[in-house]
Design a protein around this ligand. Structure first.
Ligand SMILES: [Zn+2]
Length: 409
């Protein structure tokens, strides 16, 4: 059974939230329409103090688009419509499972209806106050945790790094604006099946974030926030900021203001290696599996259970964390867990013949701009920033193949 939650407003300007069940009332068809509700009962009276999330949504629709028809709970007789104080209470209603009905009474869009106003991310950052709802288009370029299963989506926070054209192509007046924004999708945010599926795909998707909450440093998708999956757009729409990223997105460089859970670009000089956590292990050269078995009867040859074959030339994988001196964080200890490709390029000139390497030969080497996820910031005993090198979400193989035209008839 689909649960539907509707925000309704009557001719007196009174807001109510209707909780209902059933598949016959499609959200899309009801939005903006005048309806008659029958078989409803009051579940509770909601006040601003106790249901801040609901009132932040009501505030985004206040004052009413149309003068109120008659004096009501929000309007004393003779009062001007334009200077109405925002509502301090509303009702939570529920429909009777058998007798409840919602009927569209007028075809045209209601005069009270205020369609969502989408803003660019620059606009959100510069004009939307904390605790306020906002709507924006954005592309997700990184996600944490990366979800491989729909089951993992339930009851957990997902941190999305998003961007749009206004943050990526900044002018001279935009100094101080970040190139990306953090969005926290809380477990209270209901996600439609297609959105859930998109979040498990590990590909850059475009979403319309409807009624997300602006928090101090990031945006929050909470109860009553709706995520709508958008089809990839060609080109860009400067009005809404919606666009399709063509190259690698620009990230902000690691600095004193970089937040935990956000991503940044990092460059610096190697000043140390965490030798206590450095190790390497052989992997299957066919499937990449690291759980190889040693066969004592066959002079210790390695075999891969997944491929069921003897691995004659195993690939060596390494775990390596380095300490960097970063120009924008000179006072901090910056520790980065590197990806295999970065480790390989770092060790290429430092490796001895037996595969080991000298720490001394790595020190002083430059690590170029790498994309990193900021895991934690410790302030005691020293200011230490722990990062993990990452790969940004890339468009899937399917979309790459769709661009490839057949050459032979
Ligand atoms: Zn294998």
């Amino acid at each position: 059974m689909t649960r539907v939650c509707l925000l309704v407003q009557d001719a007196y300007g009174m807001f109510s939230e209707v909780h209902t069940e059933g598949t016959i009332w499609n959200n899309q068809q009801l939005e903006g329409r005048s309806c008659s509700l029958t078989g409803v009962k009051v579940l509770q009276k909601a006040t601003r103090g106790r249901t801040a999330g609901l009132f932040s949504l009501i505030d985004s629709l206040w004052p009413p688009a149309e003068p109120l028809r008659a004096p009501g709970p929000y309007l004393v007789c003779g009062e001007e419509n334009t200077h109405l104080p925002p509502p301090s209470f509303c009702y939570i209603l529920t429909t009777h499972p058998d007798l409840g009905r919602i009927d569209v009474t007028e075809d045209p869009i209601s005069k009270f209806y205020q369609p969502p106003v989408t803003r660019s991310l620059r606009d959100v950052l510069q004009t939307v106050h904390p605790g306020t709802r906002c709507c924006f288009y954005a592309q997700v370029i990184y996600q944490r945790p990366q979800l491989s299963s729909l089951l993992l989506l339930e009851q957990r926070e997902i941190w999305l790094t998003v961007t749009d054209v206004t943050l990526q192509t900044q002018g001279e007046d935009d100094a101080g604006l970040p190139h990306t924004m953090l969005v926290c999708v809380t477990s209270g945010c209901m996600l439609a099946p297609d959105v859930q599926e998109a979040l498990t795909e590990a590909a850059p998707h475009n979403f319309l974030f409807r009624d997300a909450l602006r928090d101090q440093g990031w945006l929050v998708c909470a109860e009553r926030t709706v995520l709508l999956l958008q089809k990839p757009l060609l080109g860009m729409d400067t009005q809404t900021g919606s666009y399709e990223l063509t190259g690698s997105p620009r990230l902000d460089e690691l600095g004193p203001n970089t937040q935990v859970n956000s991503i940044c670009s990092v460059q610096g000089t190697v000043v140390g290696v965490d030798e206590s956590t450095a190790f390497s292990w052989p992997t299957c050269n066919l499937c990449g599996n690291g759980r190889l078995e040693q066969n004592p009867e066959d002079r210790g040859a390695l075999s891969c259970r997944d491929c069921s074959c003897v691995v004659t030339s195993p690939l060596l994988r390494r775990h390596l964390q380095v300490f960097l001196h970063c120009p924008l964080c000179p006072q901090s200890t910056v520790k980065v867990k590197l990806l295999q490709a970065s480790i390989s390029s770092l060790l290429r000139s430092a490796a001895c013949e037996d595969g080991t390497y000298e720490v001394q030969s790595i020190l002083g080497k430059e690590v170029g701009l790498r994309h990193c996820f900021l895991q934690s910031i410790a302030t005691h005993p020293a200011h230490c920033i722990t990062l993990e090198e990452i790969e940004l979400l890339k468009a899937g193989r399917a979309s790459v193949e769709s661009h490839r035209l057949p050459r032979d008839p």
